[in-house]
Design a protein around this ligand. Sequence first.
Ligand SMILES: [Zn+2]
Length: 332
Amino acid sequence: MIHSVLMPEVSPQATWLGQDPTLPSIILNSHYDVVPALREHWTHDPFDPKVLENGLIYGRGTQDMKSVGIQYVEAIYRLKTAGFVPSRNIHLLFVPDEEIGGVDGMEAFLASEQFKTIQPVAFAFDEGLANPNDAFTVFYGERQEALLNADSGCKHGDMKKRNLGDVTTVNLNMLESGVSRDGGETHALNVIPTKADTAVRLYLPSVFLLPQAMLDEWCSSEGLSWEFVSWWKNPLHEHYTTSVDDDNVWWKLFKQGCEEIGVPVETEVFPAATDSRFLRQLGIPALGFSPMNKTEILLHEHNECLHQDTFLQGIDVYETLFRHMFAREEEN
Ligand SMILES: [Zn+2]
């Protein structure tokens, strides 16, 4: 069904050839890694996926984001079978390591020879989140992620009017200290340790940038130090967003497609980091979208699942969107 499949040094990529391969292309991105699962909190084995009697597709990655990667392929298969040819090349991209920062995934891909062969890129689809209500949520930006500490920009009560992507959050994810002679099994509680490590995950909304000078000041005045975690080699220092005004033709086409489907669209800032930030940094418009309305957000949760009807409807959604968006013949 797909004209060519590349398995080069970075990421598997398949290309659906368009009528004019010289037009800027489109990326359909999905990451194939998942977060860990704690078996004791799941009712079934999270890595032995199955459809339960109640119609739920159950297993780690069902929402984040195996469903989307499969829906892309199925929608393309239907369109190709029906004789539809996109105006430009469409690249299906499957990348690793999104859940650990994307340094060796999307970031490496965008720096690779492989990426050079598909430039220029006009637009990209990437992952979104489920929406518990009737609407689809589409993400046009994301909070800046860092792994350290900062002040909050949110007053109590504000959350009622805001989404998670609009506020600062600080998660203390690791604390490690103590004096132990058995590798951490037991600790000498009457000895003060000489060293303590902590890992903090900080998400900043688009109105803030990482306050590095403030962190330096806080830490030096207490005789402490901070640094980015070792694999966080190249933290972004800017917020990059995709326009969701009608001046962005891809947004306009997406919105028209959703109107045709009959589902309202809500725009948000993604509450965490995704591969889209690397694309947006290069100036490529990217929308984070997973067609899962009327669905509880269960990514990274215990008992992650997706109803089979929602999954199948998602293929219909992409089929309609792709037919509408990929027929566009103008340059960008
Ligand atoms: Zn994801």
